[in-house]
Design a protein around this ligand. Structure first.
Ligand SMILES: [Zn+2]
Length: 283
């Protein structure tokens, strides 16, 4: 069931901190500014459009995060402090707009870069006493006064495909701009298991009970810092009921009458695609 998802850095060695011989290793840099990534629009989709090999003044940059290594090559994110620092000939593009424009590995690295630069910029000061934090050996930050520890923020969210015999439950969210229907999703609460979150979200959003919850796959989703954990579940009871605000409509769909659903950039598209292929195999 597991498959590689867009934004997953499966090829990247996450070992932290930097290797001792870092100054002798080949390196590359992704420049980030306000959630955007600097690209060379003339060379899309070549990955070199955002991986700069030769930023000569990198040591003068104050906002740098080590992302990990791809083989011998060390990858860094550089947080630009103004638009004037955008390398010559490049332009800033929102991460979301790079989807489908560059290869998956570079897109995943860009997603990690945007999140770690955001962490660097939002963890400069202690949220409890407001004084500057210190950087730890393990990527974390620590307040020297109250010992508060800060690590990159990650928000787990469950995403659940619910089946009833040969039909799938799909819902239309008020957040979707078009007529897209998708599977049910929501954030995990503190103190909650993933399975409980799946049951709760399906009940809250469409009023149904589910059973046989099984793991499908996970996907980092850097908008801004989610980790989507995908499940498949079976219908266990209840009638569809939507609140009309968060969820506008929900219904059971057979494979032959599926509405528009998300593409395979997201795990929701992979879940529905799995359902379609499962039916194909059976028929
Ligand atoms: Zn503090």
């Amino acid at each position: 069931m597991c498959q590689r998802m867009p934004f997953s850095n499966d090829d990247l060695d996450f070992t932290y901190p930097l290797p001792a011989d870092f100054e002798n290793r080949p390196s590359c840099y992704i420049c980030v500014y306000k959630g955007k990534v600097a690209i060379d629009p003339l060379n899309l989709p070549d990955h070199q459009t955002i991986l700069h090999e030769d930023i000569k003044d990198v040591k003068t940059k104050r906002i740098v995060q080590y992302l990990g290594s791809l083989g011998e090559k060390l990858c860094y994110a550089i947080g630009l402090e103004s638009q004037e620092e955008v390398p010559y000939g490049m332009q800033l593009v929102f991460l979301r707009d790079l989807m489908g424009q560059i290869d998956d590995r570079t897109l995943a690295l860009a997603g990690r870069a945007v999140q770690l630069i955001d962490f660097e910029l939002t963890s400069k000061f202690c949220g409890r006493c407001g004084i500057p934090t210190e950087t730890l050996e393990d990527r974390g930050k620590k307040c020297p006064k109250c010992d508060l520890l800060i690590y990159p923020r990650l928000s787990p969210a469950v995403i659940v495909l619910v089946m009833q015999e040969d039909k799938v439950l799909l819902a239309r969210s008020s957040h979707f701009s078009s007529d897209i229907y998708s599977v049910i999703a929501g954030f995990v609460e503190p103190g909650e298991t993933l399975e409980h979150a799946a049951e709760r979200e399906v009940m809250e959003e469409v009023g149904l009970k589910i059973k046989n919850i099984r793991y499908f796959a996970s996907q980092p989703w850097p908008f801004p810092n989610s980790l989507m954990i995908g499940f498949i579940a079976d219908y266990a009871g209840g009638e569809i009921r939507v609140d009309g605000e968060e969820i506008i409509d929900a219904a059971w769909f057979s494979r032959d009458e599926l509405p528009n659903f998300p593409g395979k950039a997201s795990i929701s598209g992979h879940l529905v695609d799995w359902f379609v292929k499962k039916e194909e195999k059976r028929s």
